[in-house]
Design a protein around this ligand. Structure first.
Ligand code: SAH
Ligand code: SF4
Length: 427
């Protein structure tokens, strides 16, 4: 989401005459777009800020440093006043104000701040400048904010109220991306299932985008389990270019913990949803998010997460230690009482188990043929290309005469828990 937001920021600044550089050490202005979801995300930003501040002191006193996004929203004046780390602080709904704020800093020599949250801002009319893109796969923001108030989560506080972007502008942006060579769009929101623009709900939006071209793949993130509709599952089944992959963050395997987390579903309801998804799309690939060591989590409750992972067999999972975030329901009402070493041990049990499941699932792919969208050279070798299957698995294969944006038939020959290796079939 921050990658996508930074593309909006680049667009706002470019249309005001600012230029982009890929070398932060030659920049006049450095803006860090930040995440506040866990404490270690914030610590990383602080270290980056220290680095740029020291550069400013030693080499470039005119360097302007800004913090954008969720940390800006959360720490507001603290960054400016107490810590004097930055010249400019701008929250996720105030990016249109950036050129003005930068000029203000130049004129006055004082720092500037805008952390107003909005009920309407969706940046619908702004054409993102995709400065870091591979030219094949693009993020398209379809909504902003979140109203769910999960007990552990800071997002509703830093990104404000949920609002959906106008459907026409989304479809148009996807068409324009296709026209300039993109072959995959990922529709982004914190809870895409609650997307609504008049009569257009999320399933309808995905369906509409899927009609643009059979060669445009559609992915989305993140889908909240409490309102993943039957219609959406049917769109997956009906439209071959709507990828056969769903990220459905469960967070925990125990219903009592899920209730404390205020997720709005029980473990059983979640399992029923997975059964429903697999019934409609039998080969659907699934991934999830897991939090280990949430407030009051007992050993038995933790075991329920391991059981759920074993039962469902996700293809992939993002796994985190619970990190208390100020202002959240959990921070106000519960004790963060699972000791750090216990949290770490539980997380490592979760990771070990999930890695073995991911490896097993990948081994089942050996001998299968997948349609892979070629993304470009692989990180490790110039003679290899990488691309993803419809089911969101990364595959490495010989480059041959392929080019980025092609679809290739690839037979899977080998794997690790994270990557598949294959041979391109020539027809
Ligand atoms: N909107 C998405 C999640 C966005 S945040 C959803 O509801 O599914 C991405 C992930 O970060 C969450 O799914 C959760 O697993 C993790 N996360 C959020 N807050 C956290 C916290 N306080 N500590 C640890 N992990 C957290
Ligand atoms: Fe956070 Fe819950 Fe909203 Fe996801 S749905 S962003 S976890 S409050």
């Amino acid at each position: 989401m921050n990658v996508s937001d930074s593309e909006i920021v680049a667009s706002v600044l470019q249309s005001s005459g600012f230029g982009l550089t890929h070398d932060p050490l030659t920049a006049d202005v450095v803006l860090l777009n930040t995440c506040a979801i866990r404490e270690n995300a914030e610590q990383r930003v602080r270290r980056r800020l220290e680095f740029f501040r020291s550069r400013k002191r030693k080499h470039n006193p005119n360097l302007r440093i800004g913090v954008l996004g969720c940390m800006a929203e959360r720490l507001r004046h603290k960054l400016l006043e107490q810590e004097r780390l930055v010249d400019i602080v701008v929250g996720p709904d105030a990016y249109r104000d950036l050129p003005n704020l930068l000029h203000q800093v130049e004129r006055s020599g004082q720092s500037a701040v805008n952390v107003e949250l909005s009920r309407e801002e969706t940046y619908a009319d702004i054409a993102p400048v995709r400065y870091n893109s591979n030219g094949i796969s693009a993020f398209v923001s379809i909504m902003r904010g979140c109203d769910n108030m999960c007990a552990f989560c800071v997002v509703p506080f830093t990104r404000g109220r949920e609002r959906s972007r106008n459907a026409g502008t989304i479809v148009r942006e996807c068409q324009e991306l296709f026209d300039v060579g993109y072959r995959e769009v990922t529709l982004l929101g914190q809870n895409v299932n609650s997307y609504r623009d008049g009569p257009v709900d999320f399933a309808t939006l995905v369906y509409r985008v899927s009609l643009l071209s059979p060669d445009l793949r559609i992915r989305y993130s993140t889908s909240h389990p409490k309102d993943c509709s039957q219609e959406l599952l049917e769109v997956h089944q009906e439209r071959s270019n709507v990828c056969n992959f769903i990220h459905l963050p469960v967070q925990h395997g125990n219903s009592e913990v899920l209730r404390r987390m205020r997720r709005g579903y029980s473990s059983q309801e979640y399992r029923t949803l997975i059964e429903r998804a697999r019934k409609v799309c039998p080969s659907v690939s699934l991934s999830t998010d897991i939090i280990a060591g949430f407030c009051g989590e007992t050993e038995e409750e933790h075991q329920d997460t391991l059981t759920l992972l074993t039962d469902i067999e996700y293809d992939h999972a993002f796994m985190f230690i619970y990190s208390e975030r100020p202002d959240t329901y959990a921070a106000r009402k519960y004790n963060d009482d699972v000791p750090e070493d216990v949290k770490k041990r539980r997380l490592s049990e979760i990771i070990t188990l999930q890695n073995s499941i991911s490896r097993k699932k990948n081994q089942q792919e050996i001998g299968q043929v997948h349609t892979v969208l070629v993304e470009g050279p692989s990180k490790r070798s110039d003679t290899k290309f990488c691309g993803r299957t419809d089911t969101n698995k990364m595959v490495i294969f010989d480059r041959g005469t392929l080019k980025a944006g092609d679809y290739a038939q690839v037979e899977i020959k080998d794997c690790t828990s994270a990557t598949l290796f294959g041979n391109v079939l020539i027809d």
